[in-house]
Design a protein around this ligand. Structure first.
Ligand code: HPA
Length: 248
């Protein structure tokens, strides 16, 4: 079954015909909220709001382990993660939708692995391609069918937050090779890999990163929801085509 993890601006799916909600507990604690089950274009799907349904959980306090564990336990096979980002690369503007293909992780202090404790075997997952290539292609194909422009590839820099970056930090991220910056991409992607889940992301550019373009003198959070709303409507169109792809 397809599972969607919604980020800022996507706390529900308008066209999901909801059948039920399930509150879950996991060995890693509680997920961000109940999992919503329903039918999207006649296909079963589930949805979880990463920051909670009232958007109360900041990026560094999201229980990524519990979220993915709960989705796996409920039968998720493919997970599409939706996240808002700041555009680092000069040609990425607010409103752009990107399917990233790489990650650089700058987060710290988060619960980032299932392989811990004395009973756990030393395990090194391969993370060369952090996102599932096939699911990435399905998303891009879904976007094409939905008639939504969606950029193929880009490096997602995951920062710790909750504060935004300094202009110098953004310059450094760009030197490192980052195209976009967000706070929730890690450890979500590597935890999904540890669980063997098919996982990919849709990144929605909601602002120019600090010091760039319209954010040259600061990132104005009040502008973000005006950009996010129409962009997330386009993401919903894409997701409705992703659910139709044969993947489960
Ligand atoms: N930086 C980090 N995370 C973000 C940003 C940003 O500029 N915009 C949306 N999420």
């Amino acid at each position: 079954m397809l599972a969607i993890i919604g980020g800022t601006g996507l706390t529900q799916l308008a066209n999901l015909e909801i059948t039920h909600r399930q509150v879950m507990r996991t060995p890693y604690g509680e997920p961000s909220g109940a999992i919503t089950f329903g039918r999207l274009r006649q296909h079963e799907a589930m949805f979880l709001a990463r920051h909670g349904y009232g958007h109360t959980i900041p990026p560094h306090e999201v229980n990524y382990r519990a979220n993915l564990w709960a989705l796996l336990e409920q039968g998720a096979k493919r997970i599409v993660s939706v996240a808002s980002v700041g555009g680092v690369r000069a040609d990425l503007s607010p409103g752009d939708i990107v399917v990233p293909d790489q990650i650089i992780d700058y987060t710290y202090g988060r619960a980032f692995t299932y392989f811990e404790g004395r009973d756990s075997l030393v395990t090194h997952i391969d993370f060369t391609h952090p996102y599932d290539q096939n699911l990435r292609r399905q998303i891009l194909e879904a976007a094409r069918r939905a008639g939504e422009t969606c950029l193929d590839g880009g490096v997602y820099a995951a920062t710790q937050g909750p504060r935004l970056e300094t202009a110098a930090e953004i310059n450094r991220l760009e030197r490192d090779g980052a195209d976009m910056v967000g706070m929730t991409g890690m450890p979500e992607a590597s935890l999904a890999k540890e669980l063997g889940l098919t996982y990919a992301a849709i990144a929605v550019v909601v602002n120019h990163a600090a010091g760039r373009g319209s954010s040259r003198d600061g990132v104005r959070m009040e502008n973000i929801s005006a950009v996010a709303q129409p962009a997330m409507a386009r993401v919903r169109n894409i997701l409705e085509c992703v659910v139709e792809c044969d993947g489960d």
